[in-house]
Design a binder for this molecule. Structure first.
Ligand code: MFK
Length: 552
């Protein structure tokens, strides 16, 4: 009988997760832990059931039809079958709605992102429109425009698939996605109606029913302060786009199921959300939400890659043994699991902070730090995960390469690593934020009292102190500060991850058997903290600016 390798299989994505069950047990109010655990267990089974469908749907991509047979411009986008199913599942399982429900109080966001974490990787990046939908709901609620909030938030947060709307977020133009101050789209009043004219260059999920976007009202000054925030309903009742042309869909490295388009707005009717200026400031609630989604999605992507790599290691024999029994392979997987566990803690800490009624200085600082740190980790871990499957990991019809291609967007959209490093400096410059980050690490250190956690705690404390000392000194030299911003932000990210992981390990050690599924979580989580502490946590250091000039 010739040899055929069994492909990796996906198990229940809640039960098999080494972090989520204990995090839920710790952070969901005690009265609701049972019900939420049952819900997540069911979603874990659904995520596994969807995986073969995902593989079968691999080659289906969105299609744009610009003209009908009679020469009418129609610009219709058809999404993949799995995306159509995702739309229903996302509404039904409250992937946005759960974050707005009061039943779990301050833990609503933990509940929501636990659902996203378990189900998201099986929905082919449908998380993209959901993230923007969540961001649009939060932005409208924060806008003070009660009429708009009352009209649209119930649609955006509905659990009824027939009622739920998704929203886009159109910020990027040909002038750029990072420096949006140069946006060229203008807004003109036509009677009482604002109309938008311009080109939007990277509109993800163009099948949404509405979008929030920036445009410069006629006569406003150059720069970002002259931009205003607008809400656009994309279609008439008959489905026709409202003075919007879809020029083409983007041909991307990954996220190929997402219908990302280039649009021309040619008198598109729009509603001004707030004041006629300061649109960037008005859209910042969107940024906090989508960046948290990004961090959670980074962690989920790592989980998916590792779940398949671990299963593969239990099925694949080489050199006389299963890969899982090979010391070097097991060591490699262990380090990746530690990286995942650490990233998980930071992303879910952000989710928890989002549940607070107003954005604290700690949340303002942690969200960009988490986004940039976990985005980089996702690419590195997903790359290792496909390598752990050998050549199969590099062959498209195994489905494995998509994991890496999709992960590569995570450090790019919603603010690149460098843009978010600078945003971290901006957040920390506001009163009390650096102190809040240090206090967070110190609080974790004080709670993680088990002797086996002493080294992780010390590594985290020393790295964060080093980072704080560096930034205090670099403040006086703007070029030095900017050049070192990424190393600084990643140091904060990794030391926060380590401190949060050590603290969670302590909780797991203290609660060994609250549920059968949590057996062994204490020693395992502590091992993750010890292993992560051996990785590079403190990256702070001044590189020579002269060398940079020579090299770059
Ligand atoms: C799974 C996840 C899926 C995610 C879906 C993604 C699909 C969408 C694809 C995309 O659209 S990707 C493109 C996304 N683009 C960005 O994320 C923008 C990246 N650039 C930045 O973040 C820049 O830093 C920024 C545009 C904000 C800089 O613009 P400005 O005009 O130079 O901002 P400025 O003057 O620094 O800040 C304006 C105000 O906003 C200030 O407040 P004040 O006026 O009161 O001083 C800032 O403090 C405030 N601000 C800026 N960033 C903030 C913020 N406030 C809170 N949080 C922030 N992050």
């Amino acid at each position: 009988m010739p040899f055929f390798q069994e492909p990796p299989r996906l198990g229940n994505q809640f039960d098999d997760d080494p972090m989520l069950p204990s995090w839920v047990a710790r952070h969901i109010p005690e009265a609701h832990v049972g019900e939420v655990t049952t819900e997540l267990h069911e979603l874990g089974a659904l995520a596994a059931d969807l995986y073969p469908k995902q593989l079968a749907d691999r080659l289906n991509e969105p299609r744009l039809t610009q003209w009908d047979a009679w020469g009418n411009r129609i610009d219709q986008i058809e999404v993949s079958p799995l995306w159509q199913e995702a739309q229903v599942l996302a509404a039904r399982h409250g992937m946005v709605a759960a974050g707005y429900e009061s039943r779990l109080g301050i833990a609503a966001r933990t509940h929501q992102f636990a659902i996203v974490h378990v189900l998201g990787p099986s929905l082919d990046i449908y998380s993209c429109p959901l993230a923007m939908t969540d961001g649009a709901a939060r932005t409208l609620m924060a806008s003070g425009n009660h009429a708009l909030a009352d009209r649209y938030v119930p649609k955006l947060t509905s659990r009824d698939p027939a009622q739920m709307w998704t929203s886009g977020q159109w910020m990027t133009e040909r002038t750029g996605g990072s420096d949006v101050s140069q946006s060229e789209t203008v807004a003109r009043l036509d009677g009482d109606q604002w109309r938008l004219y311009g080109t939007k260059w990277f509109t993800s999920a163009t099948t949404s029913q509405m979008a929030l976007t920036l445009a410069r009202p006629d006569g406003n000054p150059e720069g970002s302060r002259g931009l205003a925030l607008f809400l656009v309903e994309l279609r008439e009742g008959n489905g026709r786009l409202r003075n919007i042309q879809v020029n083409r869909l983007k041909d991307k490295l990954g996220t190929r199921k997402v219908p990302t388009a280039e649009l021309t707005l040619d008198g598109t009717p729009a509603t001004m959300v707030g004041a006629a200026s300061d649109g960037v400031r008005q859209i910042t609630p969107m940024l906090s939400i989508t960046r948290t989604w990004n961090a959670i999605s980074a962690v989920s992507a790592m989980r998916r890659g590792l779940a398949l790599a671990r299963d593969f290691a239990r099925r694949r024999k080489a050199f006389g043994a299963l890969l899982i029994d090979k010391p070097l392979h097991a060591d490699t997987l262990a380090s990746l699991e530690a990286e995942y566990a650490a990233a998980f803690c930071l992303a879910f800490r952000c989710a928890q902070l989002l549940g607070e009624p107003t954005e604290s200085p700690l949340a303002r600082a942690l969200i960009p730090i988490a986004k940039l740190t976990t985005g980089k980790q996702a690419v590195a871990v997903c790359s290792e995960a496909i390598e752990a499957c050998g050549g199969a990991g590099y062959v498209e019809d195994t489905g494995l390469p998509r994991i890496l291609a999709d992960a590569q967007v995570l450090p790019i959209w919603e603010g690149t690593t460098n843009v978010l490093s600078l945003d971290t400096l901006r957040a920390l410059a506001k009163g009390g934020a650096m102190e809040a980050v240090i206090a967070e690490v110190e609080a974790c250190a004080a709670a993680a009292t088990d002797a086996s956690l002493a080294r992780p705690v010390e590594v985290a404390r020393s790295a964060v102190r080093h980072a704080a000392a560096w930034v205090a000194e670099a403040m006086s030299a703007p070029d030095r500060l900017e050049a070192g911003a990424r190393r600084f932000a990643l140091t904060l990210g990794r030391s926060l991850e380590l401190a949060l992981l050590a603290r969670h390990a302590q909780w797991c050690l203290d609660h060994p058997l609250p549920a059968a599924g949590l057996k062994g979580h204490g020693p395992r989580t502590a091992a993750a903290a010890r292993r992560f502490a051996q990785s590079a946590i403190d990256l702070v250091g001044d590189a020579s600016l002269d060398d940079t000039k020579l090299l770059a």
